[in-house]
Design a protein. Structure first.
Length: 117
């Protein structure tokens, strides 16, 4: 089993920045592809970003590309999501997830991000 715990959410004004963290514990972390997802009010959960185990390969949702950066520190069993230029439409609960193979199998409880003036 792997446990994931997100932190770093909060209320920020449009154009502001937040850095989300996801700390993993339990089974091996360094070999897993890690991802961030979000669920906005009244909407389905959507993929935001992912990073392969080596950190050399990343993928982003089109609307966050150039504003968000995913990174990981395998020594600390932590994955990050740096969010800059935040917009009201980025308001959502953000979830960290760990893949087992190609399927996201482990999920955190989520952290709320609210972008509002």
């Amino acid at each position: 089993q792997m446990q994931l715990a997100e932190s770093g959410g909060g209320l920020v004004q449009p154009g502001g920045s937040l850095r989300l963290s996801c700390a993993a514990s339990g089974r091996t972390f360094s070999s897993n592809t890690m991802g961030w997802f979000r669920r906005a009010p009244g909407k389905e959960r959507e993929f935001v970003a992912q990073i392969k185990w080596s950190g050399s390969s990343t993928v982003y949702l089109g609307s966050v590309k150039g504003r968000f950066t995913i990174s990981r520190d395998n020594a600390k069993n932590t994955v990050y999501l740096q969010m800059n230029g935040l917009k009201p439409e980025d308001t959502a609960v953000y979830y960290c997830a760990a893949a087992q193979g190609t399927v996201y199998h482990y999920w955190g409880q989520g952290t709320q991000v609210t972008v509002s003036s």
